[in-house]
Design a protein around this ligand. Sequence first.
Ligand code: C5P
Length: 231
Amino acid sequence: MAACAERVAAVLPAAGSGARLGAGVPKAFVELAGVPVLVRAVDGLLDSGVVGHVVVVVPAEQAGAASAMLPGRPVSVVPGGADRTASVAAGLAALPPSVEVVLVHDAARPLTPPAVVERVVTAVRAGAPAVIPVLPVTDTIKQVDGDGTVVSTVDRSALRAVQTPQGFRAGDLRRAHAGAPDPRTDDAGLVEALGDPVTTVEGDPLAFKVTTPWDLRIAELLLAGAVERIG
Ligand code: C5P
């Protein structure tokens, strides 16, 4: 671990039910090629060499199991909340005050390359208060009404798909969560609500979120190298 990593910590929200995956256990505890999604996500952060500690946020009844899965790693495990924003807030509360840079990373992105983690931390260290990894949107995007009828076509050149880890100066993220008006699907949304700037860096297709059984299968194929062989 690099010396400066001591002041960089990550909060890993892993307290979702994983209902859309339908695996019968919380998504973070599903095994991906023999290793739980949660363990892959933690190790991806630590392998970057720029993260010194990870606070893992899990359903209260899974705290013991999560700790047992992560022996020898610089992690702490805390119980989550009713939604993602509440789970991240619980993780933030467990961070030591000495932490200067906080990453928030979905446990559900187990193949995120360490290079993405490094890019985000480098941008925060360079002075950006909030940094998100993004990819261009390749599909045409349409807005629809409640019946599914198209209302408009959105200009995709100005759209970005947002990944994690998202990086913040610790004080800014604490302030954003303290003033959170309502739950958001990401933490940069809370910073935006305060009117603070959010900077983008390049994301990576491998940082995709495992949400459905299809995503899990794709992740398994990638780990097996099968997709590379086809391509
Ligand atoms: O539901 P979604 O896929 O957007 O969740 C993103 C991440 O937030 C997942 O890693 C999930 O475990 C986490 N989460 C959480 N607490 C909740 C809901 C979701 O930590 N109450």
